[in-house]
Ligand binder design. Structure first.
Ligand SMILES: *[C@@H]1O[C@H](CO)[C@@H](O)[C@H](O)[C@H]1NC(C)=O
Length: 415
């Protein structure tokens, strides 16, 4: 038994409180993470564009740009109009109404540092911020809570295209960490105040810092400094920290004293980014999801699986990056050929029945598993042509439960 479990048992025995997690909430927050479950969706590929989500935005030449940094460079004087058009159309007020109609209660909104503060020499263009303001209003009008997620940090915190800059990892060099803190401070000063605290319930300090390659003590220092920056800005909003690709349980001793409050740990769970995962059969995929659920039961902080998908392959074009093929077909990362990607991105009604059933089973198991923590946020609401990553298509195709509590495969994990 851990300390937390012993404490819980003692408190339960005395009838005082049922959960130790209430220690971590202090002051007003527009969502009760102690008693409610997060059911959310990411608004991916919007303020940070991604080649796999909107390939048409990137497929503009025989040598397509690999990330938003290079897209803006390639577009040159057209970058402002092309990206503004994208921001104004990829999500609109109608989408927020649809999201709420699915029974969801959160949207996580990825945005790059460059929306708020350009670095010298940056090719990025701005204009995201007023549209983010609209998005928050649309969320509020539909009863949805918002996490503002700093998805791209100066120099890139992970080298993924979705950080803005692929194949570089310079976040911990020079002034980049301080520049990120300045952005966090700005975001907290604007969106972390009482006029927003009914709707903005989380500021994510940085998305997916690449713990195994970066200095972990530097990441922990950044989380401490980021937490202080938000609180020093007079904000009590949720401070969301990504797990930096550390194992479940790693953060159990972190920010857990009463000196900290309103902290949410963010785990991302995909099963398609190694050949070992891609070789698993559906039973193994479900067992893996259930195992995650079991492990998160004993975590201390509020913890949300802030990204996950229905993908069982890495087949959708440019998922691994522009110009890279799939591991599944043995085209990338030294992976052996595992299977064919033919038909992968066909519309769901055209999928073989077994694939539809497997996908529904996988989705339901993940929902059950991540509810062992504080809930989940699916990646992503819409794509141009990637059904496994596309909540809208999965709902329309009957593979994502509606209502969310509907189960065609109940108790897969026996929780
Ligand atoms: C990019 O455009 C080419 C030429 O039209 C097309 O064959 C290819 O499928 C496109 N790639 C993606 C990822 O959309």
């Amino acid at each position: 038994m851990s300390f937390v479990q012993i404490a819980t048992a003692l408190l339960a025995a005395t009838g005082v409180v049922a959960s130790p997690f209430r220690l971590t909430q202090r002051s007003y927050l527009g969502f009760d993470y102690n008693t409610e479950k997060v059911r959310g969706v990411n608004l991916g590929g919007w303020f940070v564009s991604e080649p796999f989500i909107t390939p048409s935005l990137y497929n503009i030449s025989g040598d397509p740009p690999i990330d938003e940094y290079h897209l803006a460079q390639a577009l040159g004087s057209n970058a402002q109009s092309v990206l503004s058009q994208h921001w104004n159309t990829w999500y609109t007020a109608d989408d927020f109404a649809t999201i709420a109609s699915y029974g969801l209660n959160h949207v996580r909104i990825p945005i790059g540092y460059w929306a708020f503060q350009l670095q010298p020499g940056d090719p990025y263009v701005q204009g995201q911020e007023p549209i983010l303001d609209n998005a928050i209003e649309w969320a509020r009008n539909n009863g949805l809570k918002v996490w503002i997620d700093i998805h791209g940090a100066p120099g890139s915190q992970n080298g993924f295209d979705n950080s803005g800059q692929r194949d570089v990892l310079n976040w911990q060099n020079g002034d980049n960490v301080q520049a990120t803190l300045d952005v966090v401070k700005y975001v907290a000063q604007k969106y972390g105040q009482t006029d927003y605290n009914d709707v903005v319930v989380g500021i994510e300090l940085v998305n997916e810092p690449l713990g195994p390659s970066l200095d972990m003590s530097g990441i922990e220092q950044y989380y401490n400094d980021g937490w202080s920056a938000v609180r020093d800005a007079g904000s009590d909003t949720g401070v969301v920290i990504h797990d930096a690709f550390q194992p479940l349980g790693f953060w159990n001793q972190f920010m857990t004293t009463p000196n900290y409050w309103n902290v949410v740990l963010d785990h991302h769970q995909y099963q398609v980014f190694s050949s070992g995962q891609l070789q698993m059969n559906i039973g193994q995929h479900i067992a893996a999801a259930c195992s995650i659920g079991g492990q998160t039961q004993s975590e201390y902080l509020w913890r949300v699986t802030g990204e996950w998908s229905a993908a069982l392959t890495d087949c959708t074009p440019w998922l691994n990056g522009v110009g890279r093929g799939s591991r599944y077909e043995g085209q990338y990362d030294g992976s052996p050929w595992i299977g064919s990607c033919a038909g992968n991105d066909d519309e769901i009604p055209a999928w073989p029945q077994e694939r539809q059933q497997n996908t529904r089973r996988f989705i339901e198991a993940q929902m059950d598993a991540y509810d062992q923590g504080t809930g989940w946020i699916f990646w992503t609401f819409k794509t141009e042509q990637s059904p496994e990553w596309d909540l809208r298509r999965l709902v329309d195709g009957g593979l994502f439960p509606q209502p969310l509590t509907d189960r065609q495969y109940p108790n897969q994990c026996n929780f």
